[in-house]
Ligand binder design. Structure first.
Ligand code: LLP
Length: 435
C-alpha cells in the first residue's frame, strides 16, 4: 500500500514503520526525523547475498556502497550480515573503522583519492583499492612500497554502456570523470602500468554504469564488455584477472510508476552471462563482486516533517511547507527525483489535494516534490516522505545553518537513535570567534 513493506496503517489511521506509529515517533524525537527499519535493511542485504550465492556459489561478494548512507549503526548491520564495503573517502573509511568493519572487506573507490587518504587506507590494510587513474596507481605503489606492503587493486574501467538514467548519475560512458576507457587504449595502458608496479597486486577490474537503473540489459552488456577485456588482457599479457566487480545501480521504487526488476533476476542473468563467456574465452570463473547502495537502504527509510505554512495561490498551486527541505533531501532539486509522501496522521484518508511540498530554506527551488496528491494537508500535520533511506542523510547539509536531523532505527518494534540530532552548538562548532 505504501511502497515499502516496512510501512503500514494502524487503528488510529496513522502511518506506521516497523510496526511503530510515525506520529508518536515525530512527537517523541521532534522533526525533521529520518526513521529506518532495521529488518528491511537486513532483508535487502540477504536478498543480494542469497541471490548471488544461488547464481554463483561461494565465489561472490556483495559490498554495501556506503555513500548511500554511512553511519556506524548502519555499517554494523551490514557487517553482521556478511557484506563487504565500498568507501569513497577518508571519512567513509574512518566511519568503517569506527564501526569495526572488517578491513579486508573494504574497497576504496573514488576518482581523486588524496595521498593522505591512500596512506590512511594502506595503514588500515584495506582489502582493495579501485584505482581510477595513472597518477593514483603511482601513489598507491609508492605508499605501499614505503610501508613494505603489497596492495590489491582493481582498475575502474568504462565499459562504454549507456544506462538509461539521469545524466548526473550515469558513469559508464567515455565522457565520464571515472575510470579508464577501453576504446582509447587507456584501460590497457593502465593494466600494463599496474603490472609493472612492484608493490601492487592487480586482482581484476571494476565497472559501474550508473544508478537507479531499471533494465537488466545494460548490466549484462557491461559484464560482456568486461569479460572480453579480461580475455584481451590474458591474451596480451598472459595474466589472468581473478576479480570482476560489476558495481551497483539497481533501481528502487520511489513511486507507483517505478517498476524495478527483482535482484534475483538481475543477478541470475548477469551470472549466466559471465559463466557463458568465461567458458567461451577459457577464463577461470572470476570472483563476482556487486556494490548495491540505494537498494540496500532506500526502501527502509522515511523522513518525517511537521507541516507549517500552507499557502494556496489561486489558479496556480498550493505550497505546503515543511520544517526541513533541501538541507535534508536535496534529490528533487538536484535530479528532479520522484518521491511519494503521506500525511502520516491522515494515512487512511483519500489523497485528493494536489500540492507542492516546499522546504524551509531561503531558496525558491527548495522543493521536495511538485504536484503530489496529499490528504488535506494542514498546519501541524506530520508529513512522511517515503523511501528516503538512501542518499538523503548522506547528502544532507547545514545550508541556512539548519542542524541535521536525527536518525532513528526501529527493530522489534523498539526505537533507538543511531545518529543524534545536531544542535545549534554543533552547527557553529568549527567557527573560530576572533576576540
Ligand atoms: N559503486 C560505485 C562505484 C558507485 O559510484 C555507486 C554510486 C555505487 C556503487 C552504488 O550505486 P547504487 O546501488 O546506490 O545506485 N546521489 C545520487 C546517486 C549517486 C550514485 C553514486 N555512485 C542519487 O541521489 O541518486
Amino acid at each position: 500500500m505504501f511502497l515499502s513493506e516496512s510501512l503500514g496503517l494502524n487503528e488510529k489511521g496513522n502511518l506506521t514503520i516497523g510496526g511503530l506509529d510515525t506520529v508518536d515517533l515525530a512527537e517523541k524525537y521532534k522533526t525533521p526525523l529520518y526513521v529506518m527499519d532495521e529488518e528491511l535493511i537486513r532483508k535487502n542485504c540477504r536478498l543480494y547475498l542469497d541471490s548471488l550465492k544461488k547464481a554463483y556459489g561461494d565465489n561472490g561478494l556483495v559490498l554495501y556502497a556506503s555513500k548511500a548512507f554511512s553511519c556506524i549503526g548502519v555499517l554494523k548491520i551490514a557487517a553482521q550480515e556478511g557484506m563487504g564495503l565500498d568507501v569513497v573517502s577518508g571519512g567513509e573509511l574512518y566511519t568503517a573503522k569506527k564501526a569495526g568493519f572488517p578491513m579486508d572487506k573494504v574497497y576504496f573507490h573514488g576518482n581523486n583519492k588524496t595521498y593522505d587518504e591512500i596512506e590512511f587506507a594502506v595503514s588500515e590494510n584495506i582489502g582493495c583499492f579501485v584505482a581510477d587513474n595513472i597518477g593514483e596507481i603511482c601513489d598507491i605503489d609508492e605508499i605501499a612500497s614505503k610501508n613494505n606492503k603489497i596492495v590489491n587493486i582493481l582498475l575502474r574501467i568504462k565499459p562504454g554502456v549507456d544506462a538509461h538514467t539521469h545524466d548526473f548519475i550515469k558513469t559508464g560512458q567515455i565522457d565520464s570523470k571515472f575510470g579508464f576507457a577501453i576504446e582509447t587504449g587507456e584501460a590497457f595502458d593502465a593494466v600494463k602500468k599496474t603490472l609493472s608496479c612492484k608493490s601492487i597486486n592487480l586482482l581484476g577490474i571494476h565497472c559501474h554504469i550508473g544508478s537507479q537503473i531499471f533494465e537488466i540489459e545494460p548490466f549484462v552488456e557491461a559484464a560482456k564488455v568486461m569479460l572480453s577485456f579480461m580475455k584481451a588482457v590474458r591474451d596480451e599479457t598472459g595474466v589472468e584477472l581473478s576479480h570482476l566487480n560489476l558495481g551497483g545501480g539497481y533501481g528502487v521504487q520511489y513511486t507507483k510508476d517505478d517498476d524495478p526488476i527483482g535482484y534475483d533476476e538481475y543477478i541470475g542473468d548477469i551470472a549466466k552471462a559471465v559463466r557463458k563467456l568465461a567458458e567461451k574465452y577459457q577464463l577461470k570463473m572470476p570472483k563476482i563482486i556487486m556494490e548495491p547502495g540505494r537498494s540496500i537502504v532506500a526502501s527502509a527509510g522515511i523522513t518525517l516533517y511537521k507541516i507549517g505554512a500552507v499557502k494556496e495561490i489561486p489558479g496556480i498551486r498550493t505550497y505546503v511547507s515543511v520544517d526541513g527541505g533541501m538541507a535534508d533531501n536535496p534529490r528533487y532539486i538536484m535530479y528532479g527525483a520522484p518521491y511519494s509522501a503521506v500525511v502520516a496522521n491522515k494515512a487512511d484518508q483519500k489523497a485528493d489535494r494536489i500540492v507542492t511540498i516546499a522546504g524551509k530554506c531561503c531558496e525558491s527551488g527548495d522543493l521536495i516534490q511538485e504536484n503530489i496528491a496529499l490528504a488535506n494537508p494542514e498546519k501541524g500535520d506530520v508529513l512522511a516522505v517515503l523511501v528516503t533511506g538512501a542518499y538523503n542523510y548522506s547528502m544532507s547539509s547545514n545550508y541556512n545553518r539548519i542542524p541535521k536531523p536525527a536518525v532513528v532505527m526501529i527493530k522489534d518494534k523498539k526505537d533507538r537513535i543511531i545518529v543524534k540530532r545536531e544542535s545549534y552548538e554543533d552547527v557553529i562548532r568549527n567557527d573560530v570567534s576572533e576576540e
